[in-house]
Every structure is written in C-alpha cells, then in structure tokens.
Design a protein around this ligand. Structure first.
Ligand code: MN3
Length: 197
C-alpha cells in the first residue's frame, strides 16, 4: 500500500507565491486521488511489494491491462512527492556549489537556465511537467505530458514544475507565465543539489 506522503510544510507555507487553497486541494484531492488509484491498479499483483521507482523505472514489466493506470497514477503519486520536496519556505535564489557551476557550464548562466526551463514549462501544451534532469550525469531540460515521469526514461529528477492547471488556476487562472515566474521564489535548491550528487 502506498500512502499519501505528508506535505513537508504547512499548506500556507508557499504564500504568496502559491496559495493555501491550491496547496490544500492539490495535496488532499489530486495527490490523494493518484495515490488511491495507483493502489487500486496494482492491488493483488506482485507490484504491491515493489518500490515506486522500481515500477516506474520499468513500465514494460507492467502488464498491459494495468500499464496506463500505473503510468498515470503511479506517475502522479511519485511526481507530486518530488514536487513538494522541491519547494519550501524562504527558498528561491540561486544554487551554489556544484549545481551552480553545472548550470553555468551547461546553459551559459543561471539566467539562461531559468529562461530555458521557463520556456519548457510554457511550451508544454495541455497538462504536464517541465524538468531539470540528469541523464547519465548530463543535465537536460525536458518536459513530459500528463504524469509521465523522467524516471521512466532512465533520467534522474533534479527539479520539476507541475504545469497542470490544477496547480495554479485558482490564483493565476489562465496566466501560467505568472505562476512559473512566481514559482522560482519557492524552489528548494537543496533538493536539486543533493540529487546531483
Ligand atoms: Mn499536480
């Protein structure tokens, strides 16, 4: 049984950038829903005793009859667990150390990285995510549709933003660009830095 992970902070912790109502519904309704439906999909199968990383890391091993349900709901379960950890109170700013250097090396500057990542988040048509991932040690910005997770492509997540409308619509309505811009103020670079190691 997978359980809804606890939010590592209060529902109002990301105000004013992400509002309390959005966080509450996102966690208690959406994330709970993915968790419940993930459990339902794998109930009575050997996947019940595997980790979510093992399951999403090899979707071809999941029987066709439940593969889509596992991909969508297992992905939703896993992606949101990461998402909460990748944000926090009093965060934002710029990463230091190895990650700061790696971003400069790959994208030219921190500002150029932010520009390219934001463009990826804006360019995702419909629902999905934009990610900074490590592909065998090589940093990449990618975007995925729906709840597809980079781990299913063998890529390690350093950072990701949920651009489903449910993650911003109450506060920002159709203004995804404002949400993406605001989101940089809550980015927890500690998560990305430890994922790089
Ligand atoms: Mn979401």
């Amino acid at each position: 049984m997978f359980e809804l992970p606890k939010l590592p902070y209060d529902y109002n912790a990301l105000e004013p950038w992400i509002d309390e109502m959005t966080m509450t519904i996102h966690h208690t309704k959406h994330h709970q829903g993915y968790t419940d439906n993930f459990n339902k999909a794998i109930a009575g199968t050997p996947f019940e005793s595997k980790t979510v990383e093992e399951i999403l890391g090899n979707l071809n091993a999941v029987p066709e009859g439940i593969r889509n349900a596992v991909r969508n709901n297992g992905g939703g379960f896993y992606n949101h667990d990461l998402f909460w950890k990748m944000m926090g109170t009093g965060k934002g700013g710029q990463p230091n150390g190895n990650l700061g250097e790696a971003l400069n090396g790959k994208f030219g500057s921190f500002e150029k990285f932010v520009e390219q990542f934001s463009a990826s988040a804006m360019g995702r048509f419909g629902s999905g995510w934009a990610w900074l991932v490590s592909n065998n040690g090589n940093l990449e910005i990618i975007s995925t549709a729906n709840q597809d997770s980079p781990i299913s492509e063998g890529k390690k997540v350093l950072l990701g933003i949920d651009v489903w409308e449910h993650s911003y619509y109450l506060k920002y309505q159709n203004r995804r660009a404002e949400y993406v811009k605001a989101w940089w103020n809550v980015v927890n670079w500690d998560f990305a830095e430890s994922a790089l190691r």
